[in-house]
Design a protein around this ligand. Structure first.
Ligand code: 13P
Length: 263
């Protein structure tokens, strides 16, 4: 029998919630939303800035949602100023980590080899990596989407063993569809374009690891997701859920998306 896969929704809070007051208001509002329920069949993950990981983890403990980091270093400890490591994330009971986000790839020079090391560091610690990949507008216009995605996935996974594959959440985020900020206009791919991409990812995984491994993996979509586009981008396209930036800043709106995925 085919294993039932839970849908996934990730709140990538990015570099937001600027004060302790703002953070506490967010958590208070979120606790209220969690109490309303309606998301039992969805894996809901909150990725706050690293300074708030511990408070999110403590406040949300036992509340059927997960907490994740937005990044880790591949080393466990040492002379890496400004970095946090997988054991630290695990130590405060966070369970997930976003890896290879385009804002790190393009803004901070993170390459596929670094992504590979980070994926392995997370897996080694038993933390679920949310592995991001996606093409830029320019790459898409040049017809290079397939090659870019293939390279990101093949080099990102590197020598990761087939056994570990189902522990990774794959996240397709076309860079051109990511919103520049709340209320900014954005262009998003249609459900067929996302479905094609999903098929491409499955093909890449099938070639590298075989069809049954490809069957197991979960792939989410990210880029300007809100209540109006959740259905075409994340459900009609056959995706397994959503990675949400801007709309995750308002718990009421974000948890509504989680409930929509639950249906
Ligand atoms: P937006 O939902 O704001 O477009 O952000 C997407 C994203 O980058 C999530 O990781």
């Amino acid at each position: 029998m085919k294993k039932h896969k839970k849908k996934i929704i990730v709140a990538n809070i990015k570099m937001n919630l600027l004060s302790v007051l703002e953070r506490d208001n967010y958590l208070k509002s979120l606790e209220g939303e969690i109490k309303k329920g309606g998301f039992d069949d969805v894996e809901v993950i909150f990725c706050p800035p690293s300074v708030y990981l511990e408070s999110f983890s403590k406040t949300l403990k036992g509340k059927k949602v997960f907490v994740g980091a937005q990044n880790i270093h591949w080393e466990k400890k040492g002379t890496f100023t400004g970095e946090i490591s997988a054991p630290m994330v695990k130590g405060i009971n966070a369970t997930h980590v976003i890896i290879g986000h385009s804002e790190r790839r393009h803004g901070l020079g993170e390459d596929n080899e670094m992504v590979n090391r980070k994926l392995k560091a997370a897996l080694e610690e038993g933390i679920t990596p949310i592995f991001c990949f996606g093409e830029t507008r320019n790459e898409r216009d040049l017809g290079a989407t397939k090659d870019v995605i293939t390279k990101q996935i093949i080099e990102g996974l590197g020598d990761i063993s087939p056994m570990k594959l189902s522990k990774i959440i794959f996240a397709y985020e076309p860079v051109w569809a990511i919103s520049a900020g709340p209320g900014m206009p954005s262009v998003v791919p249609n459900s067929n374009e996302i479905m094609e991409l999903r098929i491409l990812v499955k093909k890449i995984i099938t070639e590298k690891y075989g069809a049954s491994r490809a069957e197991e993996i979960r792939i989410t979509y990210g880029g300007s997701v809100n209540a109006n586009i959740l259905k075409p981008t994340c459900l009609d396209s056959g995706m397994d859920g959503a990675l949400v930036g801007g709309e995750s800043l308002i718990p009421l709106k974000f948890m509504e998306l989680a409930r929509m995925l639950n249906k």
